[in-house]
Design a protein around this ligand. Structure first.
Ligand SMILES: Cc1cc2nc3c(=O)[nH]c(=O)nc-3n(C[C@H](O)[C@H](O)[C@H](O)COP(=O)(O)OP(=O)(O)OC[C@H]3O[C@@H](n4cnc5c(N)ncnc54)[C@H](O)[C@@H]3O)c2cc1C
Length: 441
């Protein structure tokens, strides 16, 4: 048997890494606080199904997923709608969260990964500078490597000693507070079946209204917490222009949080690697993190497999850090700048951006392959560019903010590409400091 690996929390990327590594002969156990039946949420998710293939898994049976509808983005004044225009070949899939988990877990178990459900992980066990295991409610468990897949509020990451340089907490404007529920369908929706409202009623955040076969899916996301009275008020006001939203809540109805920021600066320490929401791997503007987590699992597993001495140190896991930033974290970073821009824009400025074509439906088309700013902008034609430039130049306030965005993206890209080639504790901590500073609002 190769090394002993603990996956703390049954996050998607952690289970995928467990699956690959157990298949390669490692002794891997996932410790998850919920029972398998309780895992995940009572709703559907949209993601790139290639995530499964990259993680070496079979695709789920076709009847387990649908293809996603194009989204229609609606500006604050609700005068202008920008509709995505996704190539049908590149559509993401929509699948029940419980089915995603069932699929991941059965694949991992087939490969020999073990699961301990109903086990609350309380924090890391440190031996000197090394993460040597986990503390649960009932015992201390040692391992050669701890993979942290316990989500945004991971008790492992949050309790790592500061000197390791792994960021413990997220800051302001770095997570979305979300309420999501399915309501009964009170009317049919012919067009714009998936509406996404931006800065609606001047509130910093988004709402979506998605018409499905049997229900209407409502999501309210804000940068600050809100309560059920605010949910009721918002749903009632959305209903005025969306008669499909019934008054009966039939599924979901929870408050949750999603990271919407740059990925975690330092992903590794001696005996430790973070993945998924624990490492903030979501697409910063929209909060999708499933496919990135599954793809990161492949990169993490490759670094572990390459460590034939079984050191699992920050030094040997640095390959994961570099590969992740080259393939996923680096391309996502400019989108974290765009999110920051959205928090700086006044509602009327966003309306202006929509109305003058500075942004159009194609720019808002994030498909299975376009989750980086350069991929999204790669289809901009010279004629589009002229329209965008004219719009920007005519509005000094917007021009200033777009210039600021350009400068910030340039600074962020420079920092990302200056990541040390090899691991050195002082240089790594310094790099993380520069990286996080580049995302100052
Ligand atoms: C409302 C909402 C909608 C979303 N929609 C999408 C979408 O459409 N597409 C998409 O790609 N992504 C979506 N996401 C994001 C997606 O859920 C995450 O990015 C993705 O699941 C990766 O996170 P994770 O699995 O690492 O973490 P989590 O989903 O947070 O999973 C962490 C796991 O660790 C367990 N855990 C936590 N603490 C402990 C502990 N102390 N002890 C033991 N176990 C613990 C949890 O029970 C959980 O099983 C959405 C998120 C939310 C909240």
């Amino acid at each position: 048997m190769k090394g002993k690996i603990i996956v703390a929390g049954g996050g998607h990327g952690g289970i995928a890494a467990a699956s690959i590594l157990a298949g390669e002969g490692y002794d891997v156990t996932v410790y998850e606080r919920h029972t398998q039946e309780q895992m995940g949420y009572d709703w559907t998710d949209i993601f790139d199904k290639n995530g499964f293939t990259v993680a070496g898994m079979e695709l789920p049976p076709r009847e387990k997923y649908n293809l996603k509808n194009d989204m229609t983005f609606i500006g604050p004044s609700e005068r202008i709608k920008l509709r995505q225009n996704t190539d049908p070949e590149k559509l993401e899939i929509q699948m029940e969260r419980k089915d995603i988990y069932a699929h991941l877990i059965s694949q991992a178990q087939k490969n020999g990964a073990k699961f301990v459900f109903g086990c609350n992980v309380e924090g890391p066990v440190m031996l000197g500078n090394r993460v040597a295991g986990i503390r649960t409610e009932t015992e201390t468990i040692y391992a050669d490597l701890v993979i942290d897949a316990a989500g945004l509020h991971s008790p492992i990451r949050e309790n790592l000693p500061a000197y390791l340089g792994v960021q413990n907490q997220v800051g302001e404007y770095e997570r979305f507070f979300i309420y999501r529920a399915f309501y009964n369908k009170a009317a049919e929706t012919e067009e714009d079946r998936f509406k996404v409202y931006l800065l609606r009623e001047g509130k910093l955040g988004i709402c979506w209204v998605a018409a499905e076969e049997e229900h209407t899916d409502i999501l309210i996301g804000r940068f600050a917490p809100f309560d059920l009275d605010e949910v009721q008020r918002t749903v009632d006001s959305l209903r005025e222009s969306n008669p499909a939203i019934g008054t009966e809540k039939i599924r979901g109805g929870q408050f949750v949080e999603i990271p919407v920021r740059q990925s975690l600066g330092l992903l590794v320490a001696d005996g430790y690697a973070a993945i998924g929401d624990s490492a903030f791997m979501t697409v910063p503007i929209i909060g999708s993190g499933i496919a990135n987590s599954l793809k990161a699992a492949r990169l993490l597993a490759d670094a572990v497999l390459a460590d034939t001495e079984g050191a699992y140190s920050a030094n040997t896991l640095w390959k994961y850090q570099r590969d992740f930033y080259r393939n996923i974290g680096g391309p996502l970073a400019p989108l974290a700048c765009v999110k920051l821009l959205l928090t700086r824009l006044k509602p009327e400025e966003l309306d202006y951006i929509f109305e003058t074509g500075i942004l159009n439906g194609d720019d808002m088309t994030i498909d299975a392959e376009s989750t980086s700013l350069s991929a999204i902008l790669s289809n901009v034609t010279p004629a589009d560019l002229v329209v965008k430039a004219r719009g920007v130049i005519k509005n000094p306030a917007v021009l200033l903010k777009i210039l600021q965005l350009g400068r910030q993206i340039a600074a962020v890209s420079a920092v990302v590409s200056s990541m040390p080639r090899g691991y050195d504790p002082a240089r790594a901590v310094n790099w993380v400091k520069n990286y996080n500073n580049a995302f100052k609002r």
